[in-house]
Design a protein around this ligand. Structure first.
Ligand code: NAD
Length: 280
């Protein structure tokens, strides 16, 4: 039997409806303040779509556009001003920043209670400690999608393929907090397929197209594909694929698609963080 689909689009839409209701009940205005530096076309399109998605969830969107000539001091200055501005409750930073600006250093300036992407190291630390905080959106999305299958995480074996600071590591920590047994794998991991074959949950977040093969997966396992890769398809056109070979669906019990999986769910989790930052 083919794997059941973990439908990020559908679960994300449900989350957005919940957020809208929460804002209506609170009778307070909720706003996301986003910073965009320079004229990167993809980032500008992303910001436009974000404004639309926010509006659908009842969230106002304010874009702070800074010229490409801005250096560290100007961007840092804007963030620090936003931190002190009482009416601003939720801040996010569009990437990329100009090449000569240290992105992590800028991210660490965003006030932790306004940092809706969870990129300030203080928030990553809060995730480890299990303190109430704003959790990185993709990690939250992944956990929510795993939980939507009804699996009991306590005592289950989870393998996270990919260990970046903002994706793989926080996912591993959230699963550890759920008392799962967690293996964090990276590009130097030996015999990766032997590890994934034993896992009840496999999360693929490596950025390698079709890395995870059907014979790497235990029958019935939950597989969440975080990867977003652009490749040239058989017809010569550019297509978006995940890190999981689509044939894995013949073995897994549950699987998230790409596109339509973790991507839309991550957007929903960002909006949930915005509502959380503004209303708590
Ligand atoms: P990254 O490049 O920062 O980290 C990749 C990690 O994967 C590293 O730990 C590396 O060691 C590991 N890795 C690479 N090749 C591997 C291999 N062959 N076997 C095992 N591990 C391997 O990437 P990232 O920012 O964490 O993103 C990972 C993927 O997730 C990318 O495809 C990215 O586009 C996608 N992503 C998706 C969302 C979303 O919302 N769905 C959000 C962020 C990132």
């Amino acid at each position: 039997m083919p794997a059941k689909v973990i439908d990020g689009k559908a679960i994300g839409a449900q989350v957005r409806t919940e957020i809208r209701k929460r804002i209506e009940i609170a009778k307070r205005s909720v706003r996301l303040d986003a910073v965009l530096v320079g004229d990167d076309r993809a980032a500008a399109i992303y910001a436009q779509n974000q404004a639309k998605t926010c509006a659908e969830a009842g969230i106002e969107y304010h874009l702070h556009s800074l010229p490409a000539s801005c250096g560290y001091d100007e961007i840092a200055g804007r963030i620090l001003l936003m931190n002190t501005e009482e009416s601003i409750k939720a801040i996010m930073l569009h990437l990329p920043l100009p090449a000569f600006v240290d992105t992590e250093r800028i991210q660490s300036l965003i006030a932790p209670e306004k940092d809706v992407e969870g990129v300030n190291p203080a928030n990553i630390g809060n995730v480890v400690y299990g303190h109430r905080s704003l959790v990185p959106c993709t990690a939250l999305a992944t956990l929510e999608m795993i939980e939507s299958t009804g699996i009991t995480l306590r005592g289950s074996k989870c393998v996270i393929v990919g260990a970046s600071n903002i994706v793989g590591k926080p996912i591993a920590v959230l699963l550890m907090r759920a008392e799962a047994t967690v293996v964090s794998a990276n590009k130097f991991t030996k015999n990766l397929s032997a590890l994934t074959r034993e896992a009840d949950v496999v999360v693929a977040a490596a950025g390698v197209p079709s890395l995870i093969k059907p014979d790497w997966i235990k029958p019935g396992a939950v597989v969440v594909d975080v990867g977003i890769n652009r490749i040239v398809g058989a017809d010569g056109k550019s297509v978006t694929v995940g890190d999981v070979d689509p044939k894995v669906a013949e073995v897994a019990g549950w699987m998230s698609p790409v596109p339509g999986g973790v991507g839309p769910m991550t957007v929903a989790m960002l909006l949930r963080n915005v509502a959380e930052a503004a209303l708590r």
